[in-house]
Design a protein around this ligand. Structure first.
Ligand code: MEV
Length: 446
């Protein structure tokens, strides 16, 4: 088969046919089919559910579903579900949670919950007219979307405002309708996009039918109508605080004053250096994404927003802040998090549903506070390791099993390696050497 040829109609094939097409690209198609089908759910109804989440599904891609216990947030203890493949993230979150719980845990607050959507349009006309008629247009927009907003209004949410944004100095004749929404416990993407697409139709009608507009003014080009994933006013803050002296108990810290000094420098470096800031923030998203995935939230949207927010000053910076005053260490994270606990995958994916149940069926605001706290916990763990013993010791310890699995080790070899590397430095090289010695009987096993 010629591999660069366009493959027509793949989506029209049934699942087995799709697998066959894929498997035929390999030398042993039978093995590939067996491998792919081995990850299907044994219950066909459950498998069908997973198949229908996306298109062209041929198998399931497993990720670990883990628990980080002991998260005390606003005086409530949580067992946090996390979905992440990177070794040591769950361990780091759990260690931080366990460290901070006896010190009062995480104190979190939701600052704002505004979601944003835009209709981008090109219109050629007298801008004063548009401004003068905007109050009428706004009423038309709100009234014309009532069939979409009725249910959300009943729940206390809906469209909270619509403004006209003039951007013709950037792009000729370019304007926006910029709307804000309160979507309550829903992430609200479908709701917002439906309102915005309707806004587009209403806007076109407004120009065509209002007799104040003449000539070219009677038409406009709707370029697109879509929510913005940048929601700087859907903001949550979480913080931890303790006496500097107490930091001694965070592990591997002999001199808490010196540790706090180094920690503060590390956080400052992420404020001033973009290369470091990206890695610093990545460590925060290790925790946030894992909670987002476990609860069926859109981690791409959350990340896009967080990184845009990190660059809001015109320079990309770390998202956390440290204050060291009067013998106290305070560490906080302020981050926009647009999350939902109803709709979308939250109730469709059985494990997302379970995660939310495990968390006591939180509101969207509770989940924002929780995810932010897990992000701060992971970042605290990372900065603590980086400024003390370094990241690799813990990381490689957790990574040991991955290395061993990549070398097809038996259970017995794994047990012996785990015992050996409890007191020896883990590296790919040292594990290979250990295994080779073990297999050539240079290491005695009694
Ligand atoms: C690794 O996934 C995350 C860290 O690199 C974060 C950091 O450097 O702050 C450890």
């Amino acid at each position: 088969m010629h591999r660069n040829k366009i493959l027509p109609g793949f989506s029209k094939l049934n699942k087995n046919e799709k697998i066959e097409v894929v498997a035929n690209r390999f030398n042993k198609p039978g093995d590939i089919i067996a491998e792919l089908t081995s990850y299907w759910h044994h219950d066909p109804d459950k498998q069908k559910l997973f198949d229908e989440f996306s298109e062209n599904t041929i198998s399931n891609f497993y990720f670990p579903f883990s628990i980080a216990p002991n998260f005390l947030i606003n005086n409530k203890m949580y067992m946090v579900p996390m979905v992440i493949e990177e070794s040591s993230v769950v361990a780091a979150a759990s260690n931080s949670a366990k460290y901070w719980s006896p010190k009062g845990g995480f104190k979190a607050e939701v600052i704002s919950t505004k979601k944003i959507g835009q209709v981008h349009f090109i219109w050629k006309g007298e801008v004063e007219k548009l401004h003068a008629l905007f109050p009428i247009l706004k009423e038309e927009l709100i009234a014309g979307t009532q069939h979409i907003t009725a249910n959300m209004n009943k729940r206390g949410g809906g469209i909270t405002d619509v403004e006209l944004v003039e951007m013709s100095d950037e792009i000729e004749n370019y304007y926006q309708l910029k709307a804000t929404f309160d979507t309550k416990n829903a992430m609200g993407a479908n709701f917002i996009n439906s309102c915005l697409e309707e806004f587009g139709l209403i806007l076109k009608e407004h120009f065509a039918e209002n007799e104040c507009y003449t000539g070219d003014e009677k038409s406009c080009h709707i370029i697109m109508a879509i929510l913005s994933n940048y929601t700087p006013e859907c903001l949550v803050k979480t913080e931890v605080e303790c006496d500097i002296e107490c930091l001694r108990k965070a592990g591997d810290i002999d001199d808490p004053e010196y540790f706090a000094w180094k920690f503060e420098k590390a956080v400052r470096i992420a404020q001033v250096d973009t290369f470091r800031a990206a890695t610093h923030n990545k460590g925060i998203f290790n925790g946030i994404d894992a909670v987002a995935l476990a609860t069926g939230n859109d981690f791409r949207a959350i990340e896009a927003c967080g990184h845009a927010y990190a660059a809001r000053s015109g320079k990309y910076r770390g998202l956390t802040e440290v204050k060291i005053e009067n013998g106290r260490f305070n560490y906080s994270l302020t981050i926009p998090l647009s999350m939902g606990t109803v709709g979308g995958l939250t109730s469709l994916h059985p494990l997302a549903k379970f995660s939310l149940e495990l968390l006591g069926n939180p509101s969207a605001q509770d989940l924002m506070m929780l995810a932010a706290s897990v992000g701060l916990a992971n970042n605290f763990g990372a900065i603590k390791s980086l400024t003390t013993k370094g990241i690799q010791v813990g990381h490689m310890k957790m990574h040991l099993l991955n290395i061993l699995n990549s070398m097809n080790t038996t259970d017995n070899e794994k047990a012996l390696a785990t015992e050996y590397f409890a007191i020896h430095k883990v590296s790919y090289h040292s594990v290979t050497r250990f295994l080779s010695d073990l297999r050539t009987e240079k290491i005695e096993t009694t």
